[in-house]
Design a binder for this molecule. Structure first.
Ligand code: SF4
Ligand code: SF4
Length: 350
């Protein structure tokens, strides 16, 4: 494994140099909070914050994306034939991604890149992207990532993991993509491997000790889908929900979308937009029938998908990385940690 020490004095220059090869994205703070944005010239990623309001998922899966287009002009030979919008396959890099968000991309990949189906829009964006993460030295109070299969220094899904050492960054190169990115910045001088790994281990242990929030999922596997589906607690959990969808939009592992066609004069486009299982319209059929027409059904779907259906289907843990965004953002304080506790400890009375 290769490690590189980067003096912070050289950081800005290196990032600027990487622009010769990469389009850059990263966390940026403005008056509304921290968001993942395109890093325009001279903008640096904010490497100091614990989390961003929205996750990095929009870099691969934009909130609104035009995917197909056609002309309605019947004088043209190819009128009404849908074609794919040209994809910008130039290399891009997300710098300053938090480790749990990189793990979330791995979980989302199980949906968009399968043996049976490959979503070309998501997969092409994924292949063009290099993920440069930074460990979280001081996790916040909502972070329960260690009990959700990841952690403040997790390497899953990353091409480079960096550690903030006050005056310098220590970068651990995890893939060929990561090595190419560091090279494009001009960061190439190797650091002793054994010492560097030991430092990472100390930082990881220290950071993990600061995580005070946990969930227990140990008993979920032993319960049947029907048992949990029919449990009496869903009405109580759903009671306060206002179906705003915030929990799903901020979630790095939620991937639901809707397709809409729009026309303007003689041109037409097909768009894919983020959608949410918390909205009654999401499952409403053209006939008017809605298989999830009650709030309880929708709230149950969100938690059952994350904590039961997904783990049962893939056997790769829960569909949640413990970032805590939904807990922090829900206007009525519905808390996935509490719901998980109720589900995990539920025993059906015969
Ligand atoms: S954020 Fe809270 S209120 Fe809004 S849909 Fe999610 S659970 Fe319901
Ligand atoms: S369910 Fe909540 S805590 Fe889990 S990954 Fe999504 S936003 Fe983060």
């Amino acid at each position: 494994m290769k490690f590189i020490t980067i003096d912070k004095k050289n950081w800005a220059k290196g990032i600027e140099k990487s622009r010769e090869t990469y389009r850059l994205f990263g966390p940026v703070k403005d008056k509304n909070g921290v968001f993942i944005r395109t890093l325009e010239k001279d903008m640096l990623p904010d490497m100091t914050i614990n989390d961003s309001i929205m996750s990095v998922k929009s870099v691969l899966f934009p909130q609104t994306e035009k995917i197909l287009f056609t002309t309605l002009d019947e004088a043209k030979e190819d009128h009404h034939i849908m074609k794919r919008v040209e994809f910008d396959s130039s290399p891009r890099a997300v710098v300053g991604i938090r480790p749990y968000d990189a793990k979330a991309i791995e979980l989302v990949k199980m949906n968009f890149d399968t043996d049976d189906y490959r979503d070309p829009y998501w997969c092409d964006a994924y292949e063009a992207t290099t993920f440069v993460g930074v460990g979280i030295n001081k996790p916040g109070p909502f972070d329960f990532s260690t009990s959700a299969g990841t952690g403040p220094f997790s390497e899953s899904g990353l091409d480079v993991l960096m550690a903030d050492l006050d005056n310098a960054y220590l970068a651990k190169i995890l893939t060929g993509k990561g090595e190419a990115f560091m090279k494009s910045c001009g960061f190439e001088k190797n650091t002793d491997e054994k010492e560097s790994q030991a430092l990472f281990d100390i930082l990881r242990k220290e950071a993990e000790k600061n995580i005070s929030s946990h969930i227990d999922t140990g008993k979920l596997k032993g319960k049947t889908v029907l048992e949990l589906h029919e449990a009496p607690f869903w009405d109580d959990i759903a009671f306060a929900c206002i179906n705003c969808g915030t929990c799903t939009f901020v979630c790095p592992t939620c991937w639901c979308f809707d397709i809409q066609d729009e026309t303007k004069q003689k041109s037409a486009g097909r768009f894919r937009n983020w959608d949410t299982c918390m909205s009654p319209l999401f499952t409403k059929h053209a006939t008017g029938h809605n298989p999830r027409d009650s709030k309880t059904q929708r709230v149950r779907q969100r938690f059952m998908h994350k904590l039961k259906y997904f783990p049962d289907k893939y056997d790769k843990g829960i569909m949640c990385v413990g970032c805590g965004r939904c807990v922090k953002s829900c206007p009525v304080n519905i808390d996935i940690r509490e719901v998980c506790k109720i589900m995990n400890s539920y025993e059906k009375n015969n």
